[in-house]
Design a protein around this ligand. Structure first.
Ligand code: ADP
Ligand code: MG
Length: 244
């Protein structure tokens, strides 16, 4: 696709971490990664200089790696240090979460210690709805809310697990444990589903393989400091030997 001539026009949507702009191509959006960090449904907020650059780099690299592996996404090209072009989709308002190790809300829900490995990866669906606080949904709830068909739910689950297989190995090679992560998918004009949004340390839990140190947004949620340094380290490990 010819994308180099495109430039951002009208701001379509401003989220917590990114801005989406229209371009001259109705099928293509211009995404700008912000330095803003939010947690607990926006109640905690800060601006962390350099986070946008790193999430843009990391997300672009992971989308490229997934494409090389045969898993397509909305990603087209990175066009600046904080910007990328993506194919416009109709986002399904579900946060598709894959977990390999107990952390965060799963620790609370099951009463299990953080850090316990699950016997197999699990997939959870959360309703992407700030007013409701992004609640966990069952497949019956998804059906009642008319968010996705049974066939689509199956595709989302299988797609998410396939992505988990790839990412778990990709991160393990650079000594990072993929604890859990969140995906968003969208519908393309022909109705098919495709991976969208971002994959970054804002949306993954990554623990150092040796020290178990948190290398993700939990550094912000839990006031640990050093978030940008941790994201920089993830990027350093991720692009060794790559030409990005
Ligand atoms: P949020 O605060 O909702 O998490 P973000 O700042 O992370 O928002 O991202 C902006 C919005 O862009 C999100 O609502 C996300 O669902 C949406 N989005 C991501 N990729 C695409 C795409 N390819 N087409 C349309 N919308 C997208
Ligand atoms: Mg988001």
């Amino acid at each position: 696709m010819q994308s180099t001539h495109l430039s951002p026009s009208t701001l379509l949507y401003e989220g917590k971490a990114k801005q989406l702009f229209l371009t001259d191509d109705p099928q293509v959006l211009w995404v700008r990664y912000k330095d803003d960090a939010t947690a607990f449904n926006g109640q905690k907020f800060d601006r962390l200089l350099g986070k946008g650059v790193l999430n843009n780099l990391i997300s672009a690299q992971i989308f490229k790696d997934l494409a090389d592996f045969g898993i397509p996404s909305h990603f087209i090209d990175r066009v600046s240090d904080i910007e990328q072009l993506v194919r416009r989709v109709e986002i399904i308002p579900l946060e598709v979460v894959v977990r390999n190790v107990v952390a965060g809300s799963l620790a609370k829900r099951l009463g299990w210690e953080e850090g316990r490995s699950l016997k197999q990866p699990i997939v959870e669906f959360y309703y992407k709805n700030d007013d409701l606080g992004d609640p966990l949904l069952t497949e019956n709830h998804i059906d009642l809310l008319d968010l996705a068909t049974t066939q689509e739910i199956k595709e989302l689950r299988e797609g998410a697990l396939q992505i988990n297989d790839f990412l778990t190995k990709r991160f393990s090679k650079i000594d990072l444990q993929l604890v859990d992560f969140k995906l968003e998918f969208g519908r393309q004009p022909d109705g098919s589903l495709i991976l969208a949004d971002e994959i970054s340390p804002d949306t993954c839990r990554l623990w150092d393989g040796k020290t178990n140190e948190k290398m993700d947004k939990d550094r912000f949620r839990r006031n640990l400091g050093g978030l940008v340094e941790a994201y920089q380290e993830v990027w350093n490990r991720l692009h060794v030997g790559k030409d990005a």
